[in-house]
Design a protein around this ligand. Structure first.
Ligand SMILES: Nc1nc2c(c(=O)[nH]1)N[C@H]1C(S)=C(S)[C@@H](COP(=O)(O)O)O[C@H]1N2
Ligand SMILES: [Mo]
Length: 424
């Protein structure tokens, strides 16, 4: 008899025999006999759609992800409603979602295997159960699509912040550092790159420098305290903190080590910025320092004059956010916003500034700085780097990745809010 059962029996005897006359010994017996099923007694049926079994949000909370139903590319492209997010963690059901032309695979974790091979001393295959025996880490990191906030989504004056910046989300990722697994396999001299492969029908692949794998990449099975959601890569996802979305390979099944990049499926230069000759760069991993005001923001209506705090999110592929400044006069003057600490590295960071709207026109915007001292550029500054005029971004056909200029919102005298990114 286990200690626990012995305890239950003897305490039941005390209750039944001495202390509380009203309680029938049958109660104690049931506790004892059903060993383990006690907690389901009185709560039948214990079905998954019973909200007491798996929680649901209040029916008064209606925030949803959004997508463009007319999209012609064979890519799911579903955006996070950033205007509704509290704090800096994105609830998994509202995490943005990009899938390149394959259905979300239905992977049984009990049969899923993950292989590391190539330029290693000892190729290894891990089951999920074996992976979970390694010491795990839990870290807050954003995943951001390289196309987040790119010109097509920002072209429209009526664009909401979900549309302009909703391809970044932040989760607590739990898993084993890839460096720990590479200690098990060993690394052959001369290995400098890895290629990671997903487990969907098209087996999307991405080349990543080995240095990142050894630095802080995580082979993750947990997201915000529960298993990674199918849309985010269940049962296993590679998380490469601060690197562009495609380097965070979902449904991870294989990593191969080699001496050069593979020119893999997701290595195509459409994700990157342009070289002076107008061609896309091959590799560009780190997402730039970025921020956006999420409230008040595009498409919202100011409820009236008076106190309206300005709040938003900042993040950087360069590490932690150290400063966010806010301007309410179209960039003429700036004030330091308050950061909701601690600011985690490669994570969304909430900023906040008290503000009184006096009625009348105002253009509000935020500018982030990261731990390297990188400052988010204005559109004007980006134009100078590229040697282009603003017109260029409005005309190019394909979207360009890694586009992080300051996002101004115009508040009209009537209190409606529009996207002013091309006007400043
Ligand atoms: N296996 C696999 N991994 C993938 C993708 C994919 O289509 N297949 N899309 C990538 C891209 S382009 C992005 S932006 C992120 C999106 O992650 P999310 O869907 O969890 O938001 O996953 C990346 N990892
Ligand atoms: Mo992406």
């Amino acid at each position: 008899m286990s200690d626990r059962r012995r305890f239950l029996k003897s305490s039941a005897a005390v209750i039944g025999g001495v202390a509380v006359g009203g309680i029938k010994p049958a109660v104690a017996q049931r506790m004892d006999d059903t060993s383990g099923e006690y907690w389901s007694l009185g709560y039948e049926p214990n079905t998954p759609d019973d909200p007491r079994v798996y929680g649901q949000r209040s029916r008064y909370v209606t925030s949803l992800r959004t997508y463009n139903p007319k999209r012609t590319r064979a890519t799911d492209d579903i955006h996070t409603p950033l205007q509704d997010i509290e704090g800096f963690v994105t609830p998994a059901p509202l995490h943005f979602n990009v899938n390149h032309g394959s259905a979300i695979p239905d992977i049984d974790p009990s049969t899923h295997k993950f292989m590391i091979h190539g330029m290693v001393d000892k190729p290894l295959v891990f089951t999920m159960e074996e992976l979970k025996r390694f010491p795990s880490v839990s870290r807050f990191h954003f995943v951001e699509c390289s196309y987040n906030a790119a010109p097509p989504e920002r072209r429209y004056p009526d664009a909401t912040v979900a549309r302009t910046h909703g391809q970044t989300s932040c989760s607590l990722w739990t898993g084993v550092p890839l460096s720990v697994l590479l200690k098990e396999t060993g690394i052959k001299d001369g290995a400098t790159w890895i290629v990671a492969e997903g487990g969907e029908a098209k087996k999307r692949t991405k080349s990543i420098p080995l240095s990142k794998a050894l630095d802080d990449a995580i082979v993750a099975w947990g997201q915000n305290g529960e298993p990674v959601r199918p849309e985010q890569g269940f049962p296993l996802r590679l998380v490469t903190p601060g690197y562009e979305g495609p380097a965070n390979v979902k449904w991870l099944r294989r990593i191969k080590l080699g001496a050069q990049p593979w020119i893999a499926h997701a290595d195509n230069p459409g994700h990157t910025t342009l070289r002076p000759d107008g061609k896309g760069r091959w590799f560009e991993f780190e997402m730039g320092v970025n921020s956006v005001i999420t409230r008040p923001s595009g498409g919202q209506q100011m409820p009236g004059r008076g106190f309206h705090p300005i709040t938003g999110l900042a993040w950087s592929g360069g590490g932690a956010i150290t400063r966010v400044e806010v301007s309410t006069d179209g960039g003429r003057t700036w004030d330091d916003a308050q950061l909701e600490g601690p600011a985690h590295r490669f994570a969304h960071t909430r900023f906040y500034m008290p503000w009184k709207w006096q009625g009348g026109e105002a253009v509000i915007m935020s500018r982030a700085t990261d731990e390297h001292g990188d400052v988010q550029p204005s559109l004007h500054e980006l134009n100078q780097i590229y040697g282009v005029q603003t017109d260029y971004w409005l005309k190019i056909k394909d979207s360009r990745g890694h586009f992080n200029p300051i996002q101004p919102w115009r508040i009209t005298a009537e209190g409606s809010i529009t996207n002013a990114v091309w006007e400043i």
